[in-house]
Design a protein around this ligand. Structure first.
Ligand SMILES: Nc1nc2c(ncn2[C@@H]2O[C@H](COP(=O)(O)OP(=O)(O)OP(=O)(O)O)[C@@H](O)[C@H]2O)c(=O)[nH]1
Length: 392
């Protein structure tokens, strides 16, 4: 009589959807971050290139006059000014073949100072290029070659610059993006956890409601509305259960079909409502009389079935049946009347009667009719039983 409780497909599928969306968002976020990082990186490089170009062009213009006039004092002064630039490391002027005209390097110990470099008389310029500007990079140092022109090519301007500032910007950018991704990732994970927890709470609540409604439905299907006893639908399942435990534990199981005597009269004399009250009282008395493991059901009308298990001897079944009738025979008090009612009981005993559950009920029913025939308010064992004394 158990009703299976399963989660619906949509209930199982939804967390997967949430995980997939979250995963997708995460991948998009990482891709966006990487793309942003490379875009900004690229932008910085382009800006840096333009800045360097403008810078070297400016220096070239500034040094072209002193080169033409061979005013090396003025040339040195202009190069020293150039070296004042924070990132500038060295600056040199060569003729068109690479012979050094002037070579200045910033002092490593005192960046405010610049020294003439004398030990390098020739620097190899990129002679086989048609471009005016050539850039090479080695680690954090950028070397720029630029053709100095005044109508004709006067020579080469060579500057060495540190990319320290640029690297710092990029490192900061990289750190910030990594931090942002980590923070967004954490936020996303937290949101997923919150959503999942809420989701599972909703499922749990839904499941509980489903279980409750299933239980209610199950009860409604197997319970007699008037007496609250199990009804006819519960008869075979309960009988099968009782047979199985009797089979395991041994002893006898009495299947008792009980029909009230003269109940129609109660209805006729006192009305249907009074009849109902009598049925409710009978149900309560039957329930109070049987043992915890026994069962009592109302099949309908004034018919009940009792399943009395754990009986060791046939004699014991007589005792139990007498107890049932004695309990019923006590007057029933109604608001305006008092009713005394009896019952006839037909009995079949398992395992003497080893037929199917439905047949056993039929046998008990037949025996009940025998009890009625023999004067009512008594019990009668089915004819298939070993000879036992039928008593009232
Ligand atoms: N009050 C009430 N009466 C019911 C209900 N269901 C069936 N009945 C009545 O119960 C009576 C049962 O009839 P019988 O068992 O044939 O009559 P009886 O007087 O007990 O006859 P015997 O069994 O031969 O003693 C009928 O009058 C039905 O109308 C119910 O739920 N409530």
């Amino acid at each position: 009589m158990r009703i299976e409780r399963r989660r619906s497909a949509s209930q199982i599928a939804l967390p997967k959807v949430i995980y997939s969306i979250a995963g997708l968002v995460l991948i998009l976020m990482i891709l966006t971050s990487v793309w942003t990082y490379y875009s900004i990186n690229n932008l910085l490089r382009v800006t840096q290139d333009r800045r360097e170009h403008a810078l070297i062009k400016g220096i070239a213009v500034a040094v072209s006059d002193p080169i033409v006039t061979r005013d090396y004092t003025e040339l040195e002064s202009r190069l020293v000014d150039t070296l004042a630039n924070e990132n500038m490391l060295a600056v040199a002027i060569t003729d068109s073949k690479g012979n050094v005209i002037l070579n200045l390097a910033k002092s490593k110990t005192n960046p405010g100072e610049s020294n003439l470099v004398f030990d390098q008389t020739f620097i190899n310029p990129p002679l086989n290029t048609s471009s005016d500007l050539v850039k090479t990079q080695d680690g954090g140092v950028v070397t720029l070659w630029y053709k100095v022109r005044a109508g004709v090519v006067l020579g080469w301007l060579r500057i060495e610059m540190s990319t320290q500032t640029e690297d710092q910007i990029l490192n900061t950018l990289q750190r910030n993006i990594t931090l942002s991704v980590a923070l967004v990732f954490l936020a996303l994970i937290s949101i997923i956890i919150v959503i999942m927890r809420r989701f599972f709470r909703v499922i749990e609540a839904g499941e509980n409601a489903l279980i409750e409604s299933n239980d209610l439905l199950a009860n409604a299907a197997y319970i007699d509305e008037l007496t609250k006893l199990p009804n006819r639908s519960a008869l075979i399942p309960l009988l099968e259960q009782a047979i199985s435990s009797c089979h395991q534990q041994g002893g006898l199981l009495a299947v008792c079909f009980l029909d009230l005597d003269g109940f129609k009269l109660v209805n006729d004399r006192l009305g249907h409502t009074a009849g109902d009250e009598v049925l409710i009282e009978v149900a309560q008395r039957l329930r109070a009389t049987i043992r915890g493991d026994d069962a009592v059901m109302r099949l309908g009308g004034d018919e009940f079935v009792l399943l009395l298990g754990g009986i060791q001897t046939q004699q014991e079944s007589h005792y139990l049946l007498r107890r049932v009738l004695t309990a019923l025979q006590k007057p029933i008090r109604l608001p305006h009347d008092k009713v005394t009612i009896g019952a006839s009981i037909g009995v079949t005993l398992y395992p003497f009667d080893n037929s199917s559950p439905a047949e056993m009920v039929e046998h008990a029913d037949e025996a009940m009719y025998e009890a009625k025939k023999q004067g009512k308010n008594s019990w009668h064992f089915h004819k298939n039983m070993p000879p036992v004394e039928n008593k009232s």
